[in-house]
Each structure stands twice: as structure tokens, then as C-alpha cells.
Design a protein around this ligand. Sequence first.
Ligand code: AMP
Length: 632
Amino acid sequence: MDRYRDFHHRSIHDREAFWRAEAALIDWHEPFREVLDFSRPPFSRWFVGGRTNLCHNAVDRHLKDRAAQPALVYLSTETGDRRIFTYAELHAEVNRMAAVLASLGVGRGDRVLVYMPMIAEAAFAMLACARIGAIHSVVFGGFAAASLAARIDDAQPKAMVTSDAGMRGGKPVPYKHLVDAALRLAKHPPAKVLIVDRGIDKAMARTSGRDVDYAELRAKHLSASVPCAWLESSEPSYILYTSGTTGTPKGVQRDTGGYAVALASSMRRIFAVPPGEAMFTTSDIGWVVGHSYIVYGPLINGSTTIMYEGLPIHPDPGIWWKIVAEHKVRTMFSSPTAIRVLKKQDPKYMRMHDVSSLERLFLAGEPLDEPTARWASESLGVAIVDNYWQTETGWPILSAQPGVEDTPRKFGSPSFPVYGYDVRLVDEATGRESGTDQKGVLTIAPPLPPGCMTTVWGDDERFVRTYFGTIPGKSLYSTFDWAIRDADGYYFVLGRTDDVINVAGHRLGTREIEEAVQSHSGVAEVAVVGVADTIKGQIPVAFAVLKDPSRAATADAAAAMRKEVMDAVDRQLGAIARPGQVHFVTLLPKTRSGKLLRRSIQALAEGRDPGDLTTIEDPGALEQIRAALAAR
Ligand code: AMP
């Protein structure tokens, strides 16, 4: 482990020299004056004074050597589309999209909200924003109108880019329809909505003056050549919203230069993908993994990225292995939930395809259980690289780093701190560092490395308070995850310290779901907890107190009410947040000071001991939870 140890050590103790060398992996239009400005902790500014552009690094700079190499392979098993864009073609498409956005009045520093299915134009839109210095905010297509409206109001975009519809499992999923609903709710709607019409939703409505058609405008800009805006390194590249403990999602703001360097560096040192090779990342552009390792990372690295629209089991459960075989994929990045879904399928689907090219399968987004890791490793004959990170960090915090040194991995552990991250496990109450095998909060001593969030969009104070204000006596960035480190230095992530849950790798705040349940006028109070699930990791389960308990008095009435509550969540947040179960009780377990005893509720729902109950106001409330669970 010496090479890894030395690399990590240098990244922290010889920070400037280390990151100066890594910064040479990207093109700078103007060199930076200073590697790091940490004069206003905990804020860090990387590569101060340097001017660069993400789109230039992801596209233009490869034209010299890779113009004819595939840059983006777009595959849809929903529509049957298969399009391959070389770097030259990607360059042309991004220029067209950039010209169209500019013609709509979008310029440097303006926000553009991207609400799109997994189509190539979504990547063009992101890169086009980066090109002109506009700040994109991609919202995952599974979010409902109210969530979308909240993000619109926070980012106040000048324009939105959307599509008539996506497809999921052969069924159309309306996007534009949802955008219309969100724009009716939003207080700061954008002036223009750019629509990539796929011809799926024939009944799509258009608002004249506001809605414009991409194909029409693109035709006017076929030979467009839009110069890259040379942004100062710390100028924002994008905002990506993520859930926390409050009902209001946070806009994670990312810089430009630091992010480009972190991605260029991690593609080599962690993912070990050489330029020219294909990388297949199965996430969605609406998540951070999609930003970093479908769009920007592979392209900055001069690799070929594979963008897939569809399910892992449609048209059959061999589809991903077919893609691996056809494109000779050596490096794949997916999520534990997806692998658990595939593990349940007939193994013949895997045997139908030659997956011998595959060497490494990176998995992230949620805890990776040992049986799943073992199964994937053995049946695919590949190395499994569990990597742990967050929307906030933009790239892995804990991971094996095979591009530095091929260290042995332990199942159940995302290995070690990634270079650049000064990880500390600390006691939540005292801030003291935890010893070997001692549970602590996983924190990072600032400065956060390049690529990490620079602030909460529009709210510096919230950034400091939320992330750096929870460990007594110390300014440490909290991940809000528990972890332990074993005697060999391997970390094991044990779950969240807060009320955030993880459903199929998607992070959701229980508070957000509670607010959505309470949007139903019949609900007086509710507690939502995350309950262990064999496929999705966790599912939300709701315990609701009704204003009028008779509305759940009979089995039929309760079933009808349950459906109404689930529909309310679908409307507010989207189906991804829909509770797996809704139970009705007349009382919720709380402490005498009125705090919900979520951990006890969760323990009961998982069949565990509810723990210390000395502070409970009324023990009858827990009995009700027990009874409700038993009656299921
Ligand atoms: P998100 O910001 O949506 O990517 O969610 C980040 C959270 O997912 C982390 O704070 C962890 O709770 C969890 N997470 C991500 N990757 C892993 C992993 N490899 N092992 C365990 N938990 C993970």
C-alpha cells in the first residue's frame, strides 16, 4: 500500500505541489496565480485566477487527436435509437445547442434548468451551457411538478430545456406536461422553454411566445461556431439539488477549474480509464454520478461515454451485458440496487454475452452488501470497486484507487480515503477522533479538495452552518454518515447520522416526504422512516395520524386513504419518494420535549429492539406502531 499511502500523504501535506501537477491534466486558457486560496475558511477557491472552460476540456481540446473517435454513444432500448457521435460531431452539436441557447438570451452566469430524459440532447445542453458560461441545473426526471417548481424558484433560470416525453419500460413518461404544471406553480418561471420533441407525446401542449422547438432552431444554427467563455476557475459551472434534513433541498454549487481537475484526475487515478476507451456508467444525468461520470469525466479524459436510456431488464435482463460485449467495455459504473435487481434474474442472460472485456465494476450511491458484491465479482469475473461519495463532493471520498495502486479490496468496504480528502472519524458529542474499530462521524478536514461543492447556491451561511457546524469545537465538513476504520485502515460506512434515507441509491429527506404526506388535508401528523429492503436498500414507510380517524376505520376506508396519501406524495415529490407502506395510528412516539422518536419507529419496523425509551412521552404510541406493523 506504499504507493497509495505516499500519494495520499502528498495530496494533503504537499497540497500545492500535488494539485499543481494534477491541474496540468486539463487545458488552461490563462494559468492560475495561486493553487489554493483558503483565506476565508471553510470556503476554498482552487486555481485562483486561472481561466478555463469545461466544454473546451470535454470536447474542443480532443479535436486535434480524436476528432473521429466516438465521444458519445447513445443507446435507447425504449425507442430503439442508437447514435454514435464522434468528438467532431459532438463539437458540432454542442455548438448548435449553444447558439440556440444564446439566441434565447442565455449568457454567462444565467441559469438553465435541464429537465430531460436520457437522450443525447441532454448532454449537449449541459455542455452547451458550460460552453457559454451559463450555469445548468439538471433536475432528475422522476421529480414531480411541485419539486421542480421549488428548484425553478431557487435557481431562477432564464430558460429551461426539456423534451416532450421519456419512456420507461415501454411506457411514455410525459416531461413537458410536468414542466407546464411546474411553471404554473413557480413564482419565477423562465421566459423560454426549449423543447426537444421526440414525437412521443403527440398531444403535447405549447405556450406560444414561451415554448420553442429545438429542431427548428437547430436548423438555423447548423454551422454555428460559438466561442468558449473563459471562466475564472471559481465561477460556478452548475447547481445540483440534493435532499437534506429540512424540507427544502439544497442547491449544491460546483466551480469550474477545480471540478475539471478533479474529474480529469479521478478518471486516471480512481477509474483508471485510458483516453480512447469506453466507459459505461448506468446512472442518470439527473444525479451527480451522471454529471461526473456519464458526461464530464469520460469526455474530459478523451474516453467514449455510453449513455443508456432504458431499464436494466428491458427488453431482457441481458441488455447491459450486451452493451458491454458490443462496446468492449472494460470499466463500468453502476449502483448496488441495479446489481441486486440483476442478481435475481436467470444467469443465462449473463452467459449469453461475452463480458470478458470487463475488468472493473465500480458501485456507489448506497451501501454495497457483501452477498451482492461477491455475486457480481464471481459471476462477472471482475474486480468490484465500492466507492463512497456524495452529491456535495462530486467525486469519490472513499475508494480503492487502482490507477495509483491496485490495493486488495475487502467486501463491504469502500477501502480508503481518496487522495485530497483529509478524512477524520470523530465522536459526535466530543469531536475527539475515533480509534480503530470505533464508530465515528465521517468528516473531512477543510479545505475540501478540488471538485467539491463551493457553497449552497445563494446561501453561504447555510453552507457553513449545515456542513461545518455540527462537530463540537471543530470546523469539520460532516458527511452525516457513520463509519468505522479497521486495523488495516479500511473504512466501513454504517449509515446516516441524520434523517436522510437512501432508496435505490436515491437520497431522500424523510422531512420532505413527511411534508408531502401532510399536503393531504386529512393528515394531522406523520412520521416517515427508512426501512431496510432487500432490493432497494431502504424504502420509506409512513405512520400517519388522521384528523378524522374514522377515515381509516374499516379496511376499505383505510385502503382508499392509503392510496390518497401515496398519490399526494407522487404529486409533491414524485413516485421515487412514494412510501412502500402507509400505516394509520392515533399517536406518534415522541420524547417529552416533542421530538419524534424516528430511530425507535425504524427499529420496530425492521424487527429490532427500539432502544432506550426512557424519554418517551407515552409508551402507548410505540404499542400502536407495533400493532400497525403486525396487522400488515
Ligand atoms: P447522494 O448525494 O445522493 O449521492 O447520496 C450520498 C449518500 O449515499 C452518502 O452520504 C451515503 O449515505 C450514501 N452512499 C453513497 N455511496 C455509498 C457507499 N459506497 N457506501 C455506503 N453508503 C453510500
